[in-house]
Design a protein around this ligand. Structure first.
Ligand code: GLA
Length: 677
């Protein structure tokens, strides 16, 4: 796809009278929008009865937008089943973990394993694709909407059995891998294998459970693929296909797999909502979401739904502060978004999301937020091509693996431990150090990054260990933490001392581990500094490694907590705990020192200010984002050229609350002409 920057809105023309559409389209153009996503919840209007399609209204809506130069991303409508289809096939809905079939009446209720649902969904997608393949305004497709929700239906069970048969050479092999002798679960027929619904006691076999999580993830990938195939049959190659994912936060689908067949990743960014403990997400968490979405394909992405007002279904979320909506959009761009699509155009007075605020009030008038978005559009438009031609770049790779994430969901080991939070803790430390990281899969190309952090790399196999060893021996710095190497791909504990296959590379074995109770923590000594071990304390026996931190309390006082093994040109740090923020910072600082990673820039940013870089043929763009509600003073240490104002700033950049600057460093050439890079 040609590098362009897309700026637009999610629009539901079907919610409004046709006479209103031209007015809406004019106001979109006035906001400098160039793209509109639509139709992703319109199945009952596009196919009012089985096999009878009506695209007339959508044709007219698209024409109104296209006449004004707006381009179109068409959503396939499978996330919301029309009533006639459910009435004909009531068993196509999801069954929850309690075995209860979901009641019709919301959305995302279809079982991804139901062949009937998949075929109907692919049929409407094919019809739409054929209808709009040659429409000059249509540029891309969004499959479904935010895949998710766990399914334990009979369709899923049947699919699980087929999935298992394709993976295990025999039932004996499966019994062996899962260890089904435990509690007498030796299966003699594939059909006996349950899905991990609620049981009377304890939990399911962890081998079965991990395979089920993998299967369910694959099931969504296959459901998506049926629509990709249907669309690709008829649309030109120039059309892109995407799906709107849910960021790092969403845990139940392997997003690396879901993203693989897509032309571009997109995701839905809602930094403020009441469903979180803190209604305003901390900027580092939003940054992590963006970085994780960039990392899925190591490629620029879209935000297909960018929050534009208070969230809310039955309740109303807090109002984004003046400047914050634009700041969130800039933050996305700063992390590699080449498309920003605001959700949604207008607050709908009816329906389940009547409290979810759009850019226009429910009465159709323009909000303060509309003016803010319009102003950003004005500033962004002249920079669009320049920004779109750049990509974020990083010195640090942070590994995030869904197999491991699933495995920790099944058995967190310590009840307080969350793998995603542990990964996020390292990301936060990187962010707070004024840096960014590529969030990559364990299978990605991380070999050229000078520093790879792989927290809690619980599941490894020999091939991965060989690759990690080669990486370190060639000069890489690798950080591994607690539970690394403790399980194999069947989710069984390894039968060698932890960290199992990683023991030789790390030069340590774990003698024993103390899983800490809530509110318990242990002091750890790092030379002169102290920090706390939290949740978990591996008592480490160095075999060939050096000890770089020791516990300072309890019966393992003076025993090793963190080790460092130098190996040929590189080194491995093993951290035997989760650790508080101070501990994670110390580990990061040590690793950065070992990897000799320079500062990202000589610009000094205060707390609450974020800095990222995007690089292209015409040099590096530096994005400086003030997440504070107060003015920020940024010391540049060197003249920089601000791209929006076209001003050269010599020393101090003042950013208003929620303000943003896009900078290029001014470098002096031999002839003393100023140029930027
Ligand atoms: C999600 C969905 C949208 C809408 C918004 C706001 O991200 O994709 O359809 O429901 O949330 O609730």
């Amino acid at each position: 796809m040609r590098s362009r920057l897309f700026w637009g809105v999610d629009y539901y023309p079907e919610h409004w009278p046709e006479a209103r559409w031209p007015h809406d389209a004019d106001a979109m153009v006035a906001a400098h929008f160039n793209v509109v996503r639509l139709a992703e919840f319109a199945w009952s209007l596009l196919e009012p009865t089985d096999g009878h399609f009506d695209f007339g209204w959508l044709d007219r809506a698209i024409d109104v937008l296209a006449e004004r130069g707006l381009q179109i991303v068409v959503g396939t409508p499978s996330a919301s089943i029309p009533p006639w289809l459910f009435a004909a096939h009531p068993d196509m809905v999801i069954v929850d973990a309690d075995g209860i079939r979901r009641t019709y009446g919301s959305r995302r209720d279809g079982s991804p394993a139901s062949p009937v649902y998949r075929d109907y969904a692919a049929r409407i997608a094919r019809k739409m694709a054929a209808h709009y393949a040659d429409h000059p305004a249509v540029i891309g497709w969004q499959i479904d909407n935010e895949f998710g929700d766990r399914d334990y239906s009979s369709h899923a069970q049947a699919g699980f059995h087929e999935w298992l048969k394709a993976r295990y050479p025999s039932l004996d092999a499966l019994n062996q891998a899962w260890g089904t002798r435990f509690w007498s679960h030796v299966y003699t027929d594939w059909a006996q294998i349950p899905v991990p619904r609620q049981t009377t006691h304890a939990r399911h076999n962890p081998g079965l459970h991990l395979d089920y999580d993998r299967y369910l993830s694959d099931c969504y990938v296959a459901f998506q693929q049926a629509q990709i195939d249907a669309i690709r049959e008829v649309v030109p190659q120039t059309h892109f296909i995407t799906h709107n994912l849910m960021g790092f936060t969403y845990a139940d689908i392997d997003y690396f797999d879901l993203a693989a067949p897509l032309d571009v990743v997109s995701w839905d960014n809602y930094p403020s909502a009441f469903w979180r403990e803190n209604p305003f997400a901390v900027p580092a968490d939003v940054a992590l979401n963006h970085a994780a979405m960039w990392g899925l394909k190591q490629s620029n992405f879209w935000v297909m739904e960018q929050q534009s007002g208070p969230s809310g279904w039955h309740i109303v979320g807090p109002m984004p502060r003046p400047g914050q909506v634009a700041l969130w959009a800039w933050q996305a761009i700063a992390h590699g978004a080449n498309g920003i699509v605001f959700f949604r155009w207008r607050t709908n007075p009816r329906g389940a999301e009547q409290n979810w605020h759009g850019i226009l009030h429910a009465d159709g008038t323009r909000t303060r937020r509309y003016q803010e978005i319009q102003k950003m559009g004005e500033a962004l438009t002249p920079l669009m091509d320049q920004i779109a031609a750049t990509e974020p770049f990083h010195d640090i790779a942070l590994i995030h693996d869904y197999d491991i994430r699933f495995s920790f969901q099944i058995h967190p080991d310590n009840p307080l431990f969350s793998y995603e939070q542990h990964v996020a803790d390292y990301f936060h430390a990187i962010h707070d150090d004024g840096r960014t990281a590529a969030v990559l899969s364990v299978e990605a190309d991380w070999d050229d990054y000078p520093l790879v952090l792989a927290p809690a790399l619980r599941i490894v196999d020999e091939a991965l260990v060989r690759r990690l060893t080669a990486y370190v021996e060639a000069g890489g710095i690798l950080v591994l933490t607690m539970r690394s190497g403790s399980r194999d791909r069947t989710n069984a504990l390894v039968e060698t001392p932890f960290p199992g296959l990683l023991a030789d590379l790390c030069g340590v074995t774990v003698r024993e581990s103390d899983s800490l109770a809530k509110n318990d923590r242990k002091r750890v000594r790092f030379g002169e500094n102290e920090a706390y071990a939290t949740m978990w304390c591996d008592v480490i026996d160095p075999t060939t490694a050096d000890v770089i931190a020791t516990y300072a309390e309890d019966f393992y006082t003076d025993e090793a907590a963190v080790s460092l093994q130098r190996r040929r040109k590189g080194a491995v740090v093993y951290v035997g705990t989760a650790g508080d923020a101070m501990l994670v910072q110390q580990i990061l600082a040590k690793a950065i020192e070992l990897a000799q990673i320079p500062l990202m820039s000589d610009i000094q940013i205060p707390d609450g200010v974020e800095m990222t870089r995007r690089r292209g043929d015409n040099g590096v763009l530096i994005f400086v984002l003030n997440h504070n509600a107060t003015e920020a003073v940024i010391t540049l240490n060197h003249p920089h050229h601000e791209q929006m104002t076209n001003a050269v700033i010599d020393e101090v950049l003042l950013l208003p609350p929620y303000g943003v600057a896009v900078l290029q460093k001014v470098i002096e050439t031999a002839t003393h002409n100023l140029r930027t890079t």
